[in-house]
Design a protein around this ligand. Structure first.
Ligand code: PEP
Ligand code: MG
Length: 586
């Protein structure tokens, strides 16, 4: 039966494919595809586990003391009967043979189906037999787990990359932590869907950089979608259509090929200078997570890297941080790949939904977005911070480098940070190591307090970069990763617009370079608004660069400024809407 689920859009585009569920809700088990040719061995592994349990149950039954209650024996008999029933093995064996599922995954899939069927039985006694089935399966699972070689999510990612027609695989999961999402980088998946997450959660941001259609915050998707269900992700609207009718499928296939064509057409703009109709030159820079992204950024026509999220170098390291040489290597690789264009390295910004590590099941410790995040964490770990600064400084002689500090709010934080940068410079000088002594240091403006106390920043720093993701989160008190409040995450809230416009205006008034590097910079629906506020420096995902460039080329900043002034004086939703309509009609 076809049905539609609604979530939060992450990337534009359409994905059509079959569901691949990372973890069935009924049981947390390992998922991987067994290597081609070893299906028979896996079948044997499953049947052997059943046999072990059969012998085990028989021994327990035989060893029951005479005084044991009669129900005990009856209970063991029921379990032995369930175990012997071919329903429990036939389907899993098929899944192993035809889909190369590992035994645990195949068995868990069948268990889920059976549990669903049982849930619909009216007779209460029979319905409750579902518990017996679950217990029997758990026994078999235990045997399968015993002595295993700790296959983890890693093996899942590795094995999935061997699958044919990967672009027709749509991963469905309760949640995917950003470090896990990173591992999809080398796998060209069709798309993914998660129960949790918001538009600017870091999982969504990484997905956007991978340019695969995705919907997050699709509540209960992992429960309602079954393995192998046909799915359509409408990434523009955050809609998931499960088991679509042939007509709908046809329509979306058509849309999908249209999209591909449009993308191809956009490529023609790659070498066109980014100048508005009235001659305002605009710099479109790239946001990246890893050194390898630099080449892609350059290919997309980016004129530099406006935000290197260095924390991604620190993830998935099982507590072992990259040392100074390793970091230096990564920064040097990035700046060299950009061939003389500027590269802005943001110092580590962990915390909130960016944990350093996740456990084997993809879970991570929750870190409050109001807690020891970003520069607060760095200042509490000065030795670690100095290592990072020294690594950036050493790489600074291989190109044009800048340092960007996340989450600053207080004057003393800025002063402390600058003092540590001076210490790092002194340490390198003492060792005779070369670096750019005039390296520029800037601040992310992403806390309302910073936006409202801008002179503190202008006086002490060389440039500013507005982090709209956090600025919106903290202005509206909306956890950006929490899908329960995703509908309140509103970039068009008058308070948000006024803060952003104020920062751009005040910085420009004193010739302080200012850019926007939050997701807003990559949303083509906001390009005109930002241009009208006077913004000329954007940093965005390279995948979005040409779409934004297209908007810039069509814009007339002179008339946008007048229309955006009206938008900024609007406060009621209907006033805002009509001001926005006007901006979009220009
Ligand atoms: C932001 O907050 O807008 C930003 C660019 O930083 P991050 O998304 O990494 O928090
Ligand atoms: Mg931020």
């Amino acid at each position: 039966m076809s049905f539609t689920l609604h979530g939060v859009p992450v990337t534009n585009g359409i994905a059509i494919g079959r569901a691949l569920r990372i973890a069935p809700s009924a049981m947390d088990v390992k998922h991987y595809l067994v290597p081609a040719g070893s299906e028979k061995d896996e079948e044997k592994r499953l049947l052997n586990a059943f046999e072990v349990v059969r012998v085990e149950l028989k021994a327990i039954r035989a060893g029951l003391p005479d005084a044991a209650p009669e129900e005990m024996a009856a209970f063991l008999d029921v379990h032995a009967m369930i175990l012997a029933d071919p329903t429990l093995t036939e389907k899993p064996l098929e899944l192993i043979q035809h889909r190369r599922y590992n035994a645990e995954w195949a068995l868990a899939t069948q268990l889920e189906d059976l549990l669903e069927q049982f849930a619909e039985i009216e007779d209460e006694y029979l319905r409750e037999r579902a518990t017996d089935i679950r217990q029997v399966v758990e026994r078999v699972m235990k045997v399968l787990h015993h002595g295993d070689d700790h296959q983890t999510l890693n093996s899942f990612y590795k094995s999935i990359s061997d699958t044919d027609r990967l672009n027709e695989v749509i991963v469905v999961a309760h949640d995917i932590a950003p470090p896990d999402m990173m591992r999809f980088k080398d796998i060209a998946l069709g798309g993914f869907i998660t129960d949790l997450g918001g538009r600017t959660s870091h999982t969504a941001i990484v997905a956007r950089s991978l340019d695969i259609p995705a919907a997050v915050g699709v509540r209960r998707a992992s429960e309602l979608i079954h393995q192998d269900d046909w799915l359509i992700i409408d990434g523009d609207r955050g809609i998931v259509i499960v088991d679509p009718s042939p007509l709908i499928l046809e329509e979306y296939r058509h849309l999908q090929s249209q999209r591909k064509l449009e993308k191809k057409k956009l490529l023609r703009l790659k070498h066109t200078p980014t100048v508005t109709m009235d001659g305002v030159a605009v710099d479109l820079m790239a946001n990246v997570e890893m050194p390898d992204d630099a080449g892609l950024a350059l290919d997309s026509g980016a004129v530099g890297i406006g935000l290197f999220r260095s924390e991604f170098l620190f993830m998935n390291r099982k507590g072992k941080m990259p040392d100074e040489d390793e970091q230096f290597g990564a920064y040097r690789q990035t700046v060299e790949a950009m061939k003389g264009l500027p590269v802005t390295i943001r110092t580590i910004d962990i915390g909130a939904d960016k944990p350093l590590d996740v456990d084997e099941d993809g879970r991570s410790a929750y870190l409050s977005p109001l807690g020891l995040r970003a520069i607060r964490w760095s200042l509490s770990e000065p030795d670690m911070f100095l290592i990072q600064i020294r690594a950036i400084l050493r790489a600074s002689i291989f190109g044009q480098m800048k340092i960007l500090i996340p989450m600053l709010a207080h004057a003393q934080e800025i002063d402390q940070t600058l003092a540590l940068i001076e210490t790092a410079k002194k340490q390198l000088e003492d060792q005779g190591v070369l670096f750019d002594p005039n390296i520029k240091v800037g601040a992310m403006i992403e806390i309302p307090a910073a936006a409202l106390a801008l002179p503190l920043f202008i006086k002490r720093l060389d440039f500013l970069s507005i982090g709209t993701n956090d600025l919106i989160q903290y202005t509206l008190a909306i956890d950006r990763a929490d899908n329960a409040v995703a509908h309140l995450y509103d970039p068009m809230h008058p308070a948000v617009l006024r803060l952003i416009a104020g920062v751009i205006r005040d910085a420009k008034a004193v010739n302080m370079p200012v850019s926007v590097c939050g997701e807003m910079a990559g949303e083509s629906s906001m390009t005109r608004v930002l241009l009208g506020m006077g913004l000329t420096d954007f940093s965005l995902h390279f995948n979005q660069l040409l779409t934004v460039k297209k908007e810039v080329l069509r814009a007339d900043v002179g008339s946008l400024k007048v229309a955006v002034d009206q938008l900024l004086s609007a406060i009621e939703p209907d006033e805002l809407q009509s001001a926005l309509n006007k901006i979009n009609s220009l």
